[in-house]
Ligand binder design. Structure first.
Ligand SMILES: [Zn+2]
Length: 387
């Protein structure tokens, strides 16, 4: 590597300084990355969203050949609102405990920084197969950008051999992940004074029935316990409830944001299907019987496909070679891995930092994790020279 090359930690410092909370544009960060790549003679392509306020970026280094590696990461981060940060979340800081603090350090600018800091090394190496970068927007709100990114990338480069999604796994190799759906349920009631309940319909009461039904479904699904993941069963969560205008009025509207995560290999659509059936056949008729104007709509806002181990052996073998590990892991959370796998490319998740740090105040990545990721990419370069 030439002396002008930034270290992974230098690069992390630069990336953390961009507030890429998912509600914001990520364009400043993307333009920075594009400029940085250009400085090293690497051409990149942007894949913008519909209104042009955000963009994915992909770039390839090395020969235009089959069998390359895709290094995938998301550029957005979760909000810091209301969190008690000791340091400025947008300034990389080594205090208080010698770890590297800042929003996105672990999820997942640490990985992207390591990839970018190796651009000069990729350029100097005699790569026999290409390295592709695939950096997305809006992962944290449902992997929204990755769909168009994966499609464009796979349509424009010779077939890669494997995808590495650098979400925080403490550099363990993950070849199985849950699928997940994000949903909104909107209950429309009919307002009436609370002394005249026979004249209206409370949207909140019926939303309560739905919540109760989801809870019972969760108990039933938990009985199909498996041991290959933690917690070992499909999980359901109701994350946000909103509705009502006053204590003495039957609520006209109640909205639930809810979602579920299904184990690798299980039917990823079961929860949605059963929810739709319950609402259509039982809950909605009961509500309409009280008043014909009452209504319930179920909407899916996002879906992240899962990852099955047997489909990703080729990628796992390579990643284990580069981490020096001897086993693979499963994770319960969703990542963009399932989207790449959907394009038929073996995919694993492997990146620096601990997922328990992700989304937390005082998020950090340990220096030793950044070092381990540097070593991982170094071995990957060696492998790519020998192909
Ligand atoms: Zn992430």
């Amino acid at each position: 590597m030439s002396s002008s090359a930034p270290s992974s930690i230098d690069m992390l410092q630069r990336l953390v300084a961009f507030d890429t909370t998912s509600r914001n544009s990520n364009l400043e960060l993307i333009q920075y990355i594009q400029g940085y790549l250009e400085d090293y003679g690497v051409r990149s392509t942007l894949v913008p969203n519909e209104d042009g306020t955000k963009a994915n970026l992909y770039a390839s280094i090395g020969p235009e050949a089959e069998g390359g590696i895709v290094l995938s990461g998301h550029t957005d981060v979760v909000p810091v609102d209301g969190q008690a940060w000791v340091t400025d979340p947008w300034t990389l800081s080594e205090k208080p405990h010698g770890n590297l603090y800042g929003r996105g350090t672990c999820d997942m600018k640490g990985f992207i920084a390591t990839c970018l800091s190796h651009v000069p090394a990729f350029q100097h190496a005699k790569l026999k197969v290409p390295m592709h970068f695939a950096f997305s927007y809006d992962e944290e709100i449902g992997c929204l950008g990755a769909h168009s990114l994966a499609e464009k990338l796979m349509g424009n480069v010779p077939r890669p051999q494997a995808v590495i999604v650098g979400e925080p796994t403490m550099m363990g190799v993950v070849n199985a992940q849950n699928a997940g759906g994000g949903h909104v349920a909107i209950f429309t009631g009919v307002e009436a004074h609370s002394s005249m309940t026979h004249l209206g319909v409370s949207a909140i009461h019926f939303a309560g029935d739905f919540i109760h039904w989801l809870n019972e479904l969760q108990v039933e699904l938990a009985e199909r316990k498996r041991t290959d993941t933690i917690p070992g069963h499909t999980t359901i969560n109701i994350g946000i409830v909103g509705g009502g205008t006053a204590g003495n009025i039957l609520a006209r509207e109640c909205t639930l944001r809810w979602g579920y995560r299904t184990l690798p290999g299980d039917d990823a659509w079961e929860v949605q299907r059963r929810a739709e059936k319950y609402v259509a056949e039982l809950l909605l008729p009961k509500m309409k019987a009280k008043h014909p104007d009452a209504n319930i709509t179920l909407e899916r806002r996002s879906f992240v496909p899962g990852l099955k181990p047997e489909e990703n052996e080729e990628a796992a073998k390579l990643a284990l070679q580069w981490t020096g590990g001897n086993r693979t892991y499963a994770v319960p959370y969703g990542t963009e891995a399932g989207i790449f796998r959907g394009h038929g490319i073996p995919t694993v998740i492997c990146g620096p930092g601990d997922i328990s740090q992700a989304h937390q105040p005082n998020e950090f990545v340990a220096r030793s994790q950044m070092d381990a990721c540097d070593a991982f990419i170094g071995r990957m370069i060696g492998w790519a020279e020998r192909q």
